[in-house]
Design a protein around this ligand. Structure first.
Ligand code: AMP
Ligand code: MG
Length: 413
């Protein structure tokens, strides 16, 4: 891109002429995110990952008929008519234990001692529970009857060979991993996790772990973004603080990542180099958003990577991440794009005032079943998000809500 077109688009120190609506930005973004490819991981690492393909069992579980009770494997017909007044004698010819079956065939008039989970011997078709018999040396007296199949878990009763066990796109729960193990799975084909490079810019910043200094503040956004990326299923890579110099910012963007998050310098100030860099080396179709906090955000592409320019103000950074970057990272990783925040609808304790034309995030606290807007002004007060239980979204066409109106609160998890 030449100098003339660069200056034509350079909004530094001129302010945003026009802000993109959140709805338009989301529409652009959704057109840019396609699920990443698949990779294979050991079963032990599969929980929490997204299944890339439908899983079909090649085997029956269980692979044998098994006892569901402790008792005696019998032929049901041999117990017909048995009762405490008509005790029927059966000869005990052996035992079947879990993992060590009875060797041989059960004949008429015979019984095999059997434990829960042990294979039913060939020839038997039911299990007589311990409470329906009296044991006498090498024989038992049946004092009740059982029908064929009673207390027997059939082959394939849990999972039949050929059955769909789990659908593609499933975020694997611990119990899913248990089921996959039961069908003999060693490796699971899952969606690759998006790699996310975090570029934190600011000459005033000290790396996490430092003590704040008279003219310097400690990086909040880097650790916060890394945690958000992990929450959304990505792999965060935050190599350190980058000075406000174009070459350094560009250098820090070089990585194998699928997504780049640039924190700070996203707006129209003199030191805000990231937008110009992206215009020059990639594309920045969206810069300046009709939302608050988070209006100085932008998004575009650099090669095949999605790039999000996030405001340095920590609350704005969080809102812009949540609105756009998090959604994209979840979509790339095959997760639902919806927010991972639980919602509750409660009455408002005090009014919320909002400006027409922009989407507003209002942080609220829940007190006695009502949502109380926090009286914090700027988006630089990160601790307001820690005091808040969640936030209310006021849409661009609303001037806010009077006290007592029912509002939907998104709860920070
Ligand atoms: P900027 O978007 O770079 O103009 O930064 C806006 C405000 O956010 C300034 O007061 C910065 O000092 C502050 N800020 C920028 N980056 C961070 C960060 N990583 N952690 C905490 N505050 C930041
Ligand atoms: Mg800055």
């Amino acid at each position: 891109m030449g100098d003339s077109s660069r200056s034509q688009h350079d909004v530094r120190m001129r302010g945003f002429a026009r802000r993109t609506t959140v709805a338009d930005a989301l529409e652009w973004l959704d057109g840019q995110t396609q699920r990443l490819g698949a990779e294979s991981v050991p079963l032990a690492e599969a929980a929490g990952r997204v299944l890339a393909e439908e899983t079909i069992s090649r085997v029956d579980v269980p692979a044998f008929d098994r006892s569901m009770m402790d008792g005696f494997a019998v032929r049901a017909a041999d117990t017909l008519g048995a009762s405490p007044y008509n005790r029927l004698e059966l000869k005990v010819v052996g035992r079947s234990m879990p993992g060590s079956p009875f060797v041989g065939q059960l004949a008429a008039g015979q019984a095999v001692r059997i434990m829960t989970g042990a294979p039913l011997p060939p020839g038997a078709d039911a299990v007589l529970p311990a409470e329906l018999i009296e044991i006498q040396a090498d024989r038992i007296l049946a004092q009740g009857d059982v029908s064929p199949g009673k207390h027997v878990g059939q082959i394939g009763e849990d999972i039949a060979a050929g059955a769909v066990v789990l659908p593609a796109g499933r975020m694997l729960r611990p119990q899913d991993v248990g089921v996959l193990s039961s069908i003999g799975t060693a490796e699971v084909v899952v969606v690759r996790r998006p790699r996310v490079r975090i570029v934190v810019t600011g000459n005033e910043l000290l790396p996490a772990g430092s003590t704040p200094q008279p003219h310097k503040i400690v990086d909040s956004n880097g650790p916060m973004l890394a945690a958000l990326v992990r929450r959304d299923g990505g792999i965060a890579d935050h190599p350190g603080i980058v000075p406000d110099r174009p070459d350094d910012v560009l250098e820090a963007m070089h990585s194998q990542a699928d997504v780049i998050l640039v924190s700070g310098g996203s707006s129209v100030g003199e030191e805000d180099y990231a937008p110009a860099l992206l215009r020059e080396h990639g594309e920045l179709p969206i810069h300046g958003l009709a939302m608050r906090p988070g209006s100085p955000a932008g998004m575009g592409r650099w090669d095949r990577r999605l790039v999000f320019l996030l405001p340095g103000n920590p609350v704005a950074c969080l809102c812009a991440y949540d609105m756009f970057a998090g959604r994209a990272i979840r979509a790339l990783g095959g997760r639902p794009t919806d927010w991972p925040y639980r919602r509750v609808t409660v009455p408002l304790a005090r009014k919320i005032v909002s400006t027409i034309g922009r989407l507003e995030f209002t942080r609220v606290r829940l007190l006695e079943g009502r949502a109380e807007p926090l009286a914090v002004g700027g988006s630089s007060i990160l601790s307001s998000t820690t005091r808040a239980d969640g936030f209310v979204l006021v849409p661009p066409d609303s001037e806010g809500y009077p006290p007592g109106s029912e509002v939907e609160v998104f709860l920070y998890g």
